[in-house]
Ligand binder design. Structure first.
Ligand code: SF4
Length: 427
């Protein structure tokens, strides 16, 4: 009989680093990893974006990493070198997001290196089983290390059938030019491809305050009070999907991961250990709304017409995510969005609208179009950043992410970082 993969779920009421350290230390012992966790250790957190006002819950909290770092180093005198490596969301500078996430104090306290992947020395790995990527270029420290630790933030995400946990964390290995490439119907296979490069030896997940129910960057935090630990990312994500009342087989990347032999989606083949039962957690989350609807079913003034293909991970999902930004951070505007009609995908039929926006490179209307204003945003899919900017310029709709400090981060700091990399030959 196949050995069951183990997932440990522990109660953690708050972000007390000492408590988190003790829990993770016990987890490392239970997995028999204490002696392995040394040498060149790379930790990959989730910092897709961090901002005190508009994205306060989108990243692994520094207190959680403080506890994790304490657990990895406590009582050891082996001079381990710890690197915390990440690439934030497309078009955002990682060093600024590290600062906004409060990671610089970890650097001082634990003498670790903060490594923005885009500024690192890179390594390219040719994939043996890749279905979307033939090769992946990322930081050398992700590929060459003695111990790879993943520290995801448990989140919901409408772009990938509801769940961001361990497998989805691998999107942060990719540099911007490959991040949104094939981020469409191929997203599930794209995510699974990355397991060949990023396969953690240990996962410790921040589920103390999870991020839930809206846009993956701006959604609100909600107390769940747990830490998950595992060594198999598929088993880990299967448990997380049950916490969110999602069926793992309906999450494309999990479905593909099982098909490609990375693990079973059957809960009976997973041993759940710890001091809180899955049933107790599910009772708590049973009425939590993930926001998982088709974009044309969203109840707001903007009417969306969908054509084929329906890309959860592409234009349809990105636009739904854009809409949810207003629900999350500008609820008064969410109720009074300007009257636009948006078409996404190839639509067969007539369209009559006062103001019409077509989103996506492949999108077209095969029918008569009557509209006073017509605008288009291209991309397969367009970046979140592009939707924010183009909706301001073409439709006059100000997103909650349109802030002076974020404009400086996304353009000025990004340009300065690019110049530095050019000088160092690390583009
Ligand atoms: S351009 Fe077309 S194929 Fe590409 S993500 Fe958008 S809807 Fe999907």
């Amino acid at each position: 009989m196949r050995k069951k993969e183990k997932v440990i779920v522990r109660r953690a009421q708050d972000y007390n680093p000492d408590n988190i350290k003790n829990i993770i230390q016990e987890g490392l012992s239970e997995f028999g990893l204490n002696s392995r966790a040394k040498g060149r250790i790379t930790i990959k957190p989730n910092v897709v974006m961090a901002h005190h006002k508009v994205a306060p819950s989108a990243f692994t909290r520094p207190e959680f990493l403080d506890g994790l770092l304490g657990a990895l180093t406590d009582g050891k005198k082996d001079n381990s070198k710890i690197v915390l490596a990440e690439k934030t969301g497309a078009g955002l500078p990682t060093n600024r997001m590290f600062r906004r996430a409060g990671y610089y104090k970890l650097k001082k306290k634990h003498r670790i290196k903060l490594l923005p992947i885009e500024a690192s020395k890179k390594k390219t790995v040719r994939l043996q089983k890749g279905k979307v990527h033939e090769e992946v270029t990322t930081a050398r420290e992700i590929v060459d290390n003695d111990f790879l630790v993943y520290a995801p933030k448990l989140k919901s995400n409408v772009l990938c059938q509801g769940l961001t946990a361990a497998l989805k964390l691998n999107m942060g290995l990719l540099l911007d030019r490959k991040r949104l490439w094939n981020h469409n119907l191929n997203l599930g296979n794209k995510i699974v491809d990355l397991l060949e490069v990023g396969y953690p030896e240990f996962i410790a997940t921040d589920g103390i305050e999870i991020s839930f129910g809206g846009n993956q960057l701006t959604q609100h935090g909600r107390h769940l009070g747990i830490i998950l630990m595992a060594t198999n990312p598929v088993a880990h994500d299967v448990v997380c999907s049950h916490i969110f009342h999602l069926k793992p087989k309906n999450i494309e990347y999990l479905h593909h991961a099982q098909e490609r032999g990375y693990g079973s989606l059957n809960l009976d083949e997973i041993e759940i250990d710890g001091d809180i039962s899955l049933e107790e957690i599910r009772q708590k989350t049973k009425n939590w709304d993930l926001g998982m609807v088709r974009v044309d079913h969203v109840d707001c003034n903007i009417k969306t017409i969908v054509g084929e293909p329906y890309c959860d991970g592409g234009c349809h999902g990105v636009f739904l995510d854009w809409l949810y930004m207003f629900k999350d951070r500008k609820p008064e505007l969410w109720k009074n969005m300007p009257d636009w009609t948006v078409v996404i995908g190839k639509y067969s039929g007539d369209v009559s609208a006062s103001r019409l926006m077509v989103i996506g490179t492949c999108s077209e209307i095969k029918g008569n179009v009557k509209a006073r204003k017509k605008r288009r945003i291209r991309g397969c899919p367009p970046k979140h950043k592009d939707l924010v900017i183009w909706f301001i310029l073409k439709a006059g709709i100000l997103s909650p992410l349109f802030r002076l400090d974020l404009i400086i981060d996304s353009y000025l700091i990004l340009f300065i970082n690019w110049c530095k990399r050019l000088v160092r030959g690390r583009l």
